[in-house]
Write a protein that binds this ligand. Structure first.
Ligand code: SF4
Length: 366
């Protein structure tokens, strides 16, 4: 699995801050009763959570999502094509969900892989075209199979039966009607796991309104702090304001991360920042924005796994991995900014294998 560790395990973060105690809860969730009243409150809530969704309500949300797909404005591209009739817009998605892989997955942050791992659903196609996309086989080349809501519901329930600790759709926004239809069927048949919404952050407020009350944990990226870089590397000239606004809305829905007694994330926001070479990702600027717009208790996840894949190998700035010096600068900055909850991906994660979605098991460590 990727080497997510916690801030306090980093050599220079080892001793004295209150942040250390907060972080320790990720590894020792049994100590949560020592924490603040807020933690205690959510802890009680967690005991009552059954994660049973109301199928009728989800069907209403699925209908609302379908109405956003004709003409399509499911994402900020707002292509306006008639998706139900088979027209395709920027993402290339059709009227039926397309899925590349449905697997228990252990490559996520620790509270997302408790027990049997994250129950991931890797959707095909994407509304961004990142030149460095690790999943380009499915996001841009379109590997994957068409699947009905009933078939997807069956696979979701298989993940639950295999012991996965959540259901985690990955890049699902352009397939939202199909995902919700599947969740309705699965809920009819006993689905009872937290829903983790893994997104590139390029979402509309309307789509997020539909997800309100369905998603338990939001797992968005914040990829850039400059629209110039966002345009050059992901073909999205309005990414920064759009993603930042979406992240604030996500946090307003679910708040800070909450763990249950097993250390599993059952609610909240985990904000991912993939560090790109040469600060192309604007991580320092984004950390500043986060501190200015979200509470210090918000959970960030700093990621070092970047590799010059796909078209990035031909880019003069992105054709290398990040250096230890570059990464340390980000970690020092995050520490100095007073973040209380952070996951730090080990630099060694750069050596982790690259997924191959032509395989039944795309990730070598799963
Ligand atoms: S979901 Fe796809 S078709 Fe719809 S607006 Fe976004 S990119 Fe265009």
């Amino acid at each position: 699995m990727f080497g997510f560790s916690s801030l306090y395990r980093h050599a220079r973060f080892g001793s004295d801050s209150g942040a250390v105690n907060a972080i320790e809860n990720y590894l020792n969730p049994g100590t949560m009763e020592k924490k603040t009243r807020d933690y205690a409150f959510f802890y009680r809530c967690a005991e009552d959570m059954t994660f049973r969704l109301n199928p009728d309500e989800i069907r209403l949300r699925a209908a609302a999502a379908r109405s956003l797909s004709s003409p399509c404005k499911l994402c900020p591209r707002k292509c306006g094509v008639d998706r139900p009739s088979g027209q395709r817009g920027y993402c290339g998605a059709g009227p039926v969900p397309q899925v590349a892989s449905v697997i228990p997955h252990f490559g996520e942050e620790p509270p997302l892989i408790v027990g049997g791992g994250a129950g991931t659903i890797f959707f095909s196609r994407c509304n961004l075209s990142c030149v460095f996309c690790q999943n380009h086989q499915i996001s841009q080349a379109g590997i994957g199979s068409l699947i009905t809501a009933e078939e997807l519901a069956s696979k979701i329930l298989d993940l639950q039966n295999e012991g996965c600790c959540n259901i985690e759709p990955v890049s699902p926004g352009h397939h939202l009607p199909g995902l919700l239809a599947a969740l309705a069927v699965a809920s009819d048949q006993g689905l009872g796991l937290p829903i983790v919404y893994n997104t590139n952050g390029y979402e509309t407020p309307e789509a997020l309104d539909i997800l309100d009350g369905i998603v338990d944990v939001y797992l968005p990226d914040l990829k850039y702090s400059s629209d110039e870089e966002a345009m050059r590397y992901s073909d999205a000239a309005d990414y920064v304001a759009t993603a930042r606004s979406a992240i604030l809305k996500m946090h307003s829905q679910v708040g800070d991360m909450v763990l249950d007694e097993d250390g599993r994330a059952v609610r909240g926001l985990i904000l991912r920042l993939l560090v790109l070479p040469g600060n192309v990702s604007g991580t320092l600027e984004n950390l500043t924005w986060i501190r200015e717009n979200l509470p210090p208790s918000v959970t960030i996840s700093l990621m070092a796994q970047y590799a010059p894949l796909h078209r990035a190998s031909q880019d003069p700035l992105l054709n290398r991995r990040i250096t230890e010096e570059e990464y340390d600068r980000i970690l020092d900055f995050a520490w100095d900014m007073g973040f209380e909850n952070a996951f730090i991906q080990d630099l060694e994660s750069q050596e982790s294998g690259i997924p191959d979605f032509r395989s039944v098991k795309p990730f070598e460590w799963d």
